[in-house]
Design a protein around this ligand. Structure first.
Ligand SMILES: *Cc1c(COP(=O)(O)O)cnc(C)c1O
Length: 433
């Protein structure tokens, strides 16, 4: 579908006027007041400053035809192109093509935790830059192309910087991304190796984000597509593909319980949106599901608000090894609270020691080496089962959103069992025979 953009909503951007083809996306709609504006690189409502999200026209679809088209599509997120803000021919464009990651039936972990209803790990460490962020960047870069941007940027806790660097390299964009200066070496190298510009900011993520907001309003940032700021409505839709894949991989079935990590909260809100869309489109049977949010104790603004029964999220200064989740002032925090309460889930947190234990538990039981964010979701899952909050007799999906090789320091004590001479005697002496 071709939609006309209106010049006055996008005035300082390269393709201010003209038409963009973003498939089934029809407009941007305010999540607070419902005000609609044409598709463009804008993210805040001009009426109430609420966040904008993509509105679609899915009318006239044939459920069985849609299911067939998805099932015969590519083994990446573009199998869902008819449900995303991208042109129909997106699969032919240079893109890192993330998604269709493994849904691992985690029977060993289930036994250890006493889960009988089926426990699955959705392992997004299998994406091209080894985190879930490839999904959101793959969307944003298509929007950037449609709007005529040539430089891609972002504020990042690490994984996003790598995903933007890789996607920009492949699609021929310049990239210049911003991270806190003190991130894990694995994250820094992964972000730098693709050849774009990588800038460390003396401050935490919230400082980086504030800086980027200033840069957008300055001539120095003119013509830049910030994937998680002015392209945020498009970026955010990438997280829906996690919900689509989980249901399709379960045989077009909704799970009963999902455990999702929270940084800004965007991913969790869009997983819920994706599940509701599948119900509306008739691709899965309508039944209740619960979404559980997971944070690190050292950066737990959303779980703190949840436990206190508050609707507003009070910012915190992060201090945790789960740096990819260390957003002290999460933009989507209030929406996460809504979703957890509406679906009957909760938001819980675990401390650094529990995160490390959970990383090792998942590795030892399932052969999956998660980054600290995966330690947070597995740790929270364990805590909620022990507390009797998660129902072990129900189908449960736990997200692992990143790769442990990027956060090696978290498991620094892990290493050699023994060092021996190359002799059988030495092997026996070490007690290994
Ligand atoms: C960014 C990130 C998340 C969650 O991000 P949201 O801002 O909540 O959408 C989860 N896990 C990892 C590893 C991440 O990098």
């Amino acid at each position: 579908m071709v939609v006309q953009t209106v010049a006055d909503t996008t005035d300082s951007t390269p393709s201010a006027a003209g038409s963009v083809d973003l498939g089934p996306a029809t407009a941007l709609s305010c999540r607070e007041c419902g005000h609609r504006v044409p598709l463009g690189p804008v993210f805040a409502c001009e009426e109430c400053f609420g966040p904008l999200e993509i509105a679609y026209d899915f009318s006239g679809h044939d459920t069985e035809e849609l299911r067939r088209s998805i099932e015969s599509g590519p083994a990446n997120i573009w199998r869902y192109a008819p449900l995303l803000p991208v042109p129909a021919d997106v699969a032919t464009k240079p893109n890192i093509n993330p998604g269709w990651t493994k849904l691992v039936k985690a029977d060993n972990l289930a036994r250890e935790l006493g889960v009988t209803g089926g426990l699955y790990v959705k392992d997004d460490s299998g994406n091209p830059t080894h985190s879930f962020k490839d999904r959101v960047v793959a969307q944003a870069i298509e929007a950037a192309r449609a709007f005529g941007f040539t430089t891609l940027s972002c504020s990042s806790t690490g994984n996003l910087a790598g995903a933007v660097g890789a996607a920009a390299a492949r699609a021929g964009f310049r990239s210049c991304v911003f991270i806190p200066h003190d991130l894990e070496q694995g994250k820094v190298v992964m972000a730098a190796v693709y050849g774009g510009e990588l800038v460390g900011i003396e401050g935490n993520y919230d400082d980086v984000n504030r800086f980027c907001s200033e840069l957008i309003g300055d001539p120095a940032g003119e013509g830049w597509g910030f994937v998680n700021v002015n392209l945020r409505p498009y970026y955010a839709e990438g997280s829906k593909t996690l919900a689509y894949e989980i249901c399709e991989q379960l045989g077009w079935r909704l799970p009963d319980q999902l455990v999702v990590p929270i940084a800004s909260g965007s991913q969790l809100t869009k997983i819920d949106k994706g599940l509701r869309e599948l119900i509306e489109l008739g691709l899965v049977e309508d039944k209740p599901y619960k979404i559980f949010g997971a944070q690190a104790e050292g950066c737990s603004p959303v779980s703190t608000a949840f436990k206190a029964g508050h609707d507003v999220v009070r910012p915190q200064k992060p201090d945790t090894i789960a740096k990819s989740l260390a957003i002290g002032n999460p933009a989507d925090g209030p929406y996460v609270l809504d979703i957890a309460r509406r679906t009957g889930g909760v938001v819980e947190d675990v401390n650094d020691e529990q995160i490390v234990d959970a990383i090792k538990l998942l590795a030892r039981t399932e052969g999956i080496f998660a980054e600290t964010a995966g330690g947070v979701t597995v740790g929270v899952t364990r805590k909620l089962i022990e507390a009797g909050v998660l129902d072990p007799s129900l189908t449960t999906v736990v997200l692992n959103t990143g790769d442990g090789l990027k956060t090696l320091d978290a498991v620094a004590g892990t290493g050699l069992t023994a060092t021996i001479r190359p002799s059988l005697d030495s092997f026996r002496e070490a007690g290994l025979a």
